[in-house]
Design a protein around this ligand. Structure first.
Ligand code: AVJ
Length: 320
């Protein structure tokens, strides 16, 4: 068997980055830890389980849209592109596009090192004609291409599925999109999934599933701090809370302290009141025109937009 072409570029955040961001987040009020820290090995597994939950419609809806429109996407973008996927740790959805797009190289970038390495090797084995340059990095901090990435004949295309854009607040989203616009340059494209605003009951259920997988995903952040930062969170003293905040147009996830308690984290003490929360995630939802207007502020114009049959989820093709 020939060895698949995979180049691995490593800018993985150090344990010191995790400690510093957690301590800064716990010193603030309200307390906030960014959702990128959910994705250790266990968190990545739990997230994959979330995508298969009956209540979590996002992944199925987006896959439906990509599969139904893969040929049209390829026709609009053309072949020979350099395809970059920030946060593309599992290289799952890109498979739907690869045969049609025939990019000259694929660059998945992700914070979760082993998850990314395994996925990149698998995609390279499945598509033997494809050059894969995996880049382990925190794209919320630095979005640069590995130096080994080839110069494409076609456009640079960024792929940002999953409604991961929803983790930024709207101002942060404009900043991220502007960095993507710069990365793809003139004539470049962005294919991006953005979950739509909808009935609160559907959204609440998607982030607080009956089987408790999303709760385990949220609580794993406490276990991760215990493992990696020598913290002493008592898991029985915390609960998962998720709800759609209609005024803000976002899902909020929190970890709720069930009693007054003091916790040690990386040598520092933090006192929590009963009912006090650590805010762990926002997931913004966007109307179609609302999202196009946001992208316009970052220098993108709409090229096309598609939705699933139920109208739950949108995939936008944007160009610089
Ligand atoms: C990966 C950010 C798109 O917001 O739906 C799923 C993460 N959190 N369930 C989302 C998540 C809880 C997910 N994103």
């Amino acid at each position: 068997m020939t060895h698949p072409t995979i180049e691995f570029h490593d800018l993985h955040p150090t344990p010191a980055d995790f400690a510093a961001e957690v301590l800064a987040g716990l010193r603030r009020r309200p307390r906030y830890i960014p959702p990128k820290f959910f994705y250790d090995a266990r968190g990545s597994q739990l997230f994959d389980a979330i995508t298969a939950l009956p209540e979590y419609y996002l992944t199925r809806a987006e896959v439906e849209v990509l599969a139904a429109n893969a040929a049209e996407i390829a026709r609009r973008v053309g072949t020979g592109s350099l395809l970059v996927e920030p946060g593309g740790g599992s290289c799952a959805k890109v498979r739907i596009l690869l045969e049609g797009l025939r990019p000259c190289a694929y660059v998945p970038m992700d914070i979760s090192r082993e998850h990314l390495r395994a996925a990149a090797e698998q995609v390279a084995a499945e598509f033997p004609w494809l050059e894969v340059h995996a880049s382990c990095a925190d794209f919320t901090r630095a979005m640069t291409l590995p130096e080994t990435a080839p110069e494409p004949e076609g456009p640079r295309v960024a792929f940002f599925p999953g409604s991961s854009i929803g983790n930024f607040d709207p101002e942060g989203a404009v900043g991220f999109l502007a960095a993507v616009a710069e990365l793809v340059g003139p004539g470049g494209f962005l294919l991006i999934g953005a979950d739509r605003k909808k009935d609160k009951a559907i959204l609440d259920a998607a982030y607080d599933d009956a089987a408790g997988v999303t709760a385990a995903f949220n609580l794993n952040l406490l276990e991760r701090m215990n493992r990696e930062l020598g913290a002493d969170f008592d898991l029985a003293a915390w609960r998962h809370r998720a709800f759609y905040n209609e005024a803000q147009g976002r899902i909020e996830m929190h970890l709720v302290s069930l009693r007054p308690q003091t916790v040690r984290v990386a040598g520092e003490s933090f006192t929590f009141d009963a009912g006090e929360t650590i805010h762990t995630e926002n997931s913004y939802k966007y109307g179609i025109e609302e999202f196009q207007a946001l992208a316009a502020r970052a220098g993108f114009e709409p090229a096309a937009v598609w939705s699933d049959a139920r109208g739950l989820f949108a995939v936008h093709l944007l160009r610089t």
